[in-house]
Design a protein around this ligand. Structure first.
Ligand code: SF4
Length: 419
């Protein structure tokens, strides 16, 4: 079977857990176009160990975690490479992300599993691997991203204050199931699907609002930036968000949509640089963004009251402008620019500190770490700290406790100054 002949037809597609909710919603979007799709199984020591057999140790943590979860699937009793596909996006970016795909392909080829499809959707071949539903999927996939961001936000803003331990997690799971059912509906128009999503989101929002909370003891608000996989995948960051909550904090996590808006904006900048201001590509990009904005606004409108204290930038350029004095977008690319700008955004909107979650040796984390001391100083010693994760499941309890002390101090100082 040649590469060109491999399609998703008749295969089960597994989606890495960049976050569980993100993977679940994206799998639902794939199901809406008739593809059997599921999130990859949870990572554990066994999946780590399987990945290590094929890696040198120089690879980035998200690569190791993702490979481990793929290998875990190969151990399932009904695994058949000819009927399996793994989703693994790629890019030509400046860091090691571009190596994930060729390495995974080589590993599975060496294992004699050539029939496996490693799906890396790209516009350059018209999303050929996905098949005829590709265009439909693009729109539903975007809705899946926004919906999972929304549910995560509701979870994180509610859970630290819940009176009944575990209730928010249960309501979150039920909400996820509800929205995934709407996302997965097939053979309906985009308009009808949006109606179904809005109904599911409204029911989910109302369920979250019924959770009894105790806000009598204020918590420290900690902004979370950093490498997108590591900050969203609880296993790779040793469940840091729960640790922050346990230590008296509340996490305000950067969304996935933010990254999508950044790539859209970069695409526009590239077209301008190439002198294609009045090109078909620019027209298509602008129309696509308009549709995306409209969809996003409809879903977010339901949560205006819930997210009132957690304002997000209206446009990604607001974040990039904040980053400009430290890392101008023309000279630095990718998550580092967003992380620095977003850290400042968080400080300006009431956060008591920011933690940057990065894989060990991550290029983005290293560059940010070099810039943060100046940012922190210029923001009155705002607690801004990179925590690196290497997959060894170290105990971060004391790091977080020390960090929370700094955040508490900053909170008090700002309060005393009337800030
Ligand atoms: S962003 Fe960081 S972790 Fe991800 S591939 Fe690049 S260097 Fe590795």
């Amino acid at each position: 079977m040649t590469r060109a002949q491999k399609t998703l037809k008749g295969r089960t597609l597994y989606i890495p857990q960049m976050s569980f909710e993100g993977a679940a919603c994206m799998a639902a979007a794939f199901r809406s176009i008739g593809i059997e799709a599921h999130p990859c199984p949870d990572s554990d020591a066994h999946s780590d160990e399987m990945a290590r057999r094929y890696l040198s140790g120089d690879e980035c943590l998200p690569e190791a975690i993702t490979l481990g979860s793929f290998l875990k699937i190969t151990g399932m009793p009904d695994y058949d490479p000819a009927k399996t596909a793994f989703l693994l996006p790629t890019s030509n970016g400046p860091c090691r992300f571009g190596h994930y795909l060729p390495l995974a392909k080589k590993i599975f080829a060496d294992r004699g599993e050539d029939e496996l499809l490693i799906l890396s959707p790209t516009s350059s071949n018209g999303y050929q691997d996905i098949g005829s539903g590709a265009r439909e999927l693009m729109r539903t996939g975007w809705r899946a991203v926004v919906v999972s961001d929304i549910l995560r936000k509701m979870l994180l803003k509610t859970r630290p204050y819940e009176k009944e331990k575990g209730l928010t997690d249960r309501i979150f799971q039920a909400a996820l199931h509800r929205v995934c059912t709407a996302l997965a509906l097939s053979d309906i128009s985009h308009k009808k699907r949006m109606q179904e999503i809005l109904v599911a989101l409204t029911a989910s929002r109302d369920a979250f609002r019924t959770i009894a909370v105790d806000r009598s003891k204020p918590r420290l608000l900690i902004g979370i930036v950093g490498e997108i996989f590591c900050r969203l995948n609880d296993y790779s960051n040793s469940h840091l968000i729960r640790l922050i909550e346990k230590s008296g904090g509340e996490a305000w996590m950067s969304d996935v949509a933010e990254w999508v808006w950044y790539t859209n904006d970069e695409e526009e900048k590239r077209l301008l640089r190439e002198g294609r201001r009045f090109s078909t590509s620019m027209l298509v990009a602008r129309i696509r963004q308009k549709v995306m904005h409209r969809d996003e606004a409809k879903m977010l409108a339901l949560f205006r009251q819930d997210f009132f204290d957690y304002p997000e930038p209206r446009h990604i350029t607001q974040v990039l402008d904040l980053s400009r004095p430290y890392l101008p977008r023309e000279g630095a690319h990718g998550e580092m620019v967003i992380s620095v700008g977003k850290a400042i955004w968080y400080q300006r909107h009431g956060a008591d500190g920011v933690i940057d979650i990065s894989p060990f040796t991550c290029m983005n984390g290293i560059v940010c770490e070099a810039v943060y001391p100046r940012v922190s100083e210029e923001l009155g010693n705002f607690p801004l700290r990179v925590l690196y994760f290497d997959g060894l499941q170290n105990n971060f309890e004391s790091d977080v406790e020390i960090y929370m002390e700094l955040a508490r101090h900053y909170h008090q100082k700002r309060g005393a100054a009337g800030g």
